[in-house]
Design a protein around this ligand. Structure first.
Ligand code: FES
Length: 106
């Protein structure tokens, strides 16, 4: 399945991410700019913050309490569409997902 990342500079990146792989890992492997993922995906840094296209939000499992708490401390503005990309696992259903990366992670 493919994810379209919109980098902070506005550049669009189409990245194929295997089902079961997190959006964060897929983005890092695809050299997408703007996702720092300092903690390596254990939900303790909030530097993998993304904005999910509203059309896809309902297709994602809700954020758990830990993710919710980490998002409160994210560097960039928190929106209703904010998620941590390390906590979202790719599925076939998410093909075509559009994700915007905030202008900063620190
Ligand atoms: Fe650290 Fe997602 S990579 S919270």
């Amino acid at each position: 399945p493919e994810v379209i990342f919109i980098e902070p500079n506005g550049r669009e990146r189409h990245i194929d991410i295997a089902s079961g792989t997190s959006l964060m890992v897929g983005a890092v492997q695809g050299n997408v700019h703007g996702i720092d993922a300092e903690c390596g995906g254990c939900c303790s840094c909030a530097t993998c913050h993304i904005y999910v296209d509203p059309a896809f939000i309902e297709r994602l499992p809700a954020a758990d309490a830990m993710e919710d708490e980490m998002l409160s401390g994210a560097a960039a503005e928190r929106r209703d569409s904010s998620r941590l990309s390390c906590q979202i696992s790719m599925t076939p259903d998410l093909d075509g997902l559009i994700v915007t990366i905030p202008d900063r992670q620190f």
